[in-house]
Design a protein around this ligand. Structure first.
Ligand code: BG6
Length: 505
């Protein structure tokens, strides 16, 4: 039972320099610096034996101040406790350069990189992590190329560009950004991050589906009644209105995280574990994802925003009252929709997707509900609850399989029971953070968990079919739900009309 079948060993990363564009920003503090520190703390089996991290941003600050800020961030957000000796080693590799917005900023970046590489004996393997506002992505890519900071693909030393979502704000702008990236970088050099793909439970989806024989045989229209994907957050928009208000839940969550989960749960078995094969299999799901027919947004998509309410016993304000939200805002913080995948496997099976801020609790769950047994034998009198596989992406990572069992006793009484796997009790030690996995993969050059240009395009095509109807029909309702609820009534109706109900994590 305890045999571990090692499929691939985590590789040590090659020597390189990671440049964080926008290093004084939130992502850098919350995710990137802690992840890089954790990789360092993994020791030489994982961390490169020689590397440097260069923060590049607008604000002029001294290196010491940058290091102190990084320490504070790592102490607060790192999964591993900070160890003084390790931190000293790590922080000696941190450097900082201001001038991201200056005309000669990229020339200075080049000079600084060369100086760091010379001083540390590093080869010019360079990773540029763009943690900048979406509208600055294309410009940064262009300026890197102009400054002679992009090596040819296949050159002895690598250049890799990491881009965060959102890529574009609609199909047209996404294609434009992509065009700009590809003018200066080869597709093999571009790593588009969707951090959901780095989550341990999301990586487990493929193992669950394709390393076990029982699921694959049941996976499709013949046995599955429907699939639900919920990504619920209890947090509100916080201080992010400037980014969030022009985006909204459809662009912020559905276009990327939810469609990634959909692709992984619905894809056919890839022909191999190669990045290309997996990406193709996922892309095929989006190719078959039915675009909204004209007028269908009214019946298939519900949008809403949170009003004042209570979360965790605390009174919280509504979205419209959040700091920085414009008075005329019509931005949705919640989306529920029904989608279909028009291929042989999934023909006719509804996929219900739902995401929202200020829901009662944080919980991302995929639920595959199987068809009812025939209405004979035990099912004759009353419809029995169906079997369901519930995959908990976060928190309380794990999955459960719901079946029916006879309750012990002289009667024949049937009760649903759960076969439950909890990561916490089954596996020892905390899982690496998604960003650790993804940063390591960028260093190694493994593109499996990154988003292809085609996937970005196809996901925007689907989302655009909704956006078009929203903009052409301003009368389509934007519902309000009390903060701390599961969303508006209309979302309940969306699924109840089909004789089904949401599963609330
Ligand atoms: C980000 C979104 O991509 O994902 C945020 O921009 C959201 O709005 C976040 O809160 C959720 O990520 P996680 O890992 O906390 O589920």
């Amino acid at each position: 039972m305890n045999d571990i079948i090692q499929i691939a060993k985590a590789q040590a990363a090659p020597p390189c320099t990671v440049v964080i564009f926008g290093a004084s920003g939130d992502l850098s503090k919350r995710k990137l610096i802690p992840a890089l520190y954790n990789l360092h703390a993994c020791g030489p089996e994982i961390a490169p034996d020689n590397y440097a991290v260069l923060g590049f941003a607008r604000r002029p600050i001294a290196v010491e101040e940058f290091r102190a800020g990084a320490r504070e961030a790592a102490a607060r957000f790192s999964r591993l406790e900070l160890d003084d000796a390790r931190w000293r080693e790590f922080s000696s590799r941190l450097d900082y350069l201001a001038g991201l917005d200056q005309p000669d900023g990229f020339r200075r970046l080049k000079a600084r990189l060369e100086a760091i590489e010379a001083a540390r004996g590093l080869p010019p393997n360079r990773i540029y992590y763009l943690s900048v506002p979406p509208e600055a992505i294309a410009e940064c890519a262009g300026r890197l190329a102009e400054a002679g900071l992009v090596a040819r693909p296949g050159a002895a030393n690598f250049t890799r560009l990491v881009v965060e979502k959102p890529i574009g704000s609609d199909l047209e702008s996404a294609l434009k950004v992509d065009g700009a990236l590809r003018r200066h970088f080869d597709e093999s050099q571009i790593f588009r991050i969707d951090h959901y793909l780095g989550k341990e439970t999301v990586q487990n989806l493929m193992v669950l589906r394709f390393a076990n024989s029982i699921f694959e045989r049941m996976w499709g229209a013949r046995n599955v009644d429907h699939v639900q994907i919920t990504v619920a957050e209890s947090e509100g928009v916080g201080a992010r209105a400037l980014y969030y208000d022009p985006a909204g839940a459809l662009r912020d969550m559905v276009q990327n995280h939810l469609l990634q989960l959909l692709a992984l749960i619905a894809m056919d078995p890839p022909v191999s574990l190669d990045a290309g094969a997996i990406r193709d299999a996922k892309l095929n799901v989006l190719r078959a994802l039915r675009r909204l027919a004209p007028g269908a947004a009214r019946s298939l998509v519900v949008r809403a925003r949170y009003g004042p309410g209570n979360v965790d016993g605390q009174a919280v304000r509504g979205y419209a009252q959040e700091p920085g939200v414009p008075a005329a805002s019509r931005t949705e913080t919640f989306v529920a929709l029904k989608a279909y995948i028009d291929n042989w496997r999934w023909s006719g099976v509804p996929f219900y997707l739902r995401t929202g801020k200020r829901m009662p609790a944080r919980g991302s769950v995929i639920r595959v509900q199987f068809k009812d047994v025939p209405r004979i034998l035990f099912n004759r009198e009353r419809q029995l609850p169906p079997n369901a596989l519930t995959i908990r992406i976060q928190p309380d990572e794990g999955f459960s399989f719901e079946v029916l069992a006879k309750q012990p006793g002289l009667d024949i009484a049937i009760r649903p029971v759960r076969m439950n796997l909890r990561y916490e009790s089954e596996f020892s030690g905390p899982s690496p953070d998604a960003y650790e996995r993804l940063l390591l993969d960028v260093m190694i050059g493994d593109r499996t968990l990154f988003v292809s240009a085609n996937f970005v395009g196809k996901s925007w095509e689907f989302v655009q079919s909704i956006l078009d109807q929203w903009s052409a029909g301003p009368e389509l309702p934007l519902y309000e739900y009390p903060a701390g609820s599961h969303g508006p009534e209309a979302a309940e109706r969306l699924i109840a009309e089909d004789g089904r109900a949401w599963f609330n994590p």
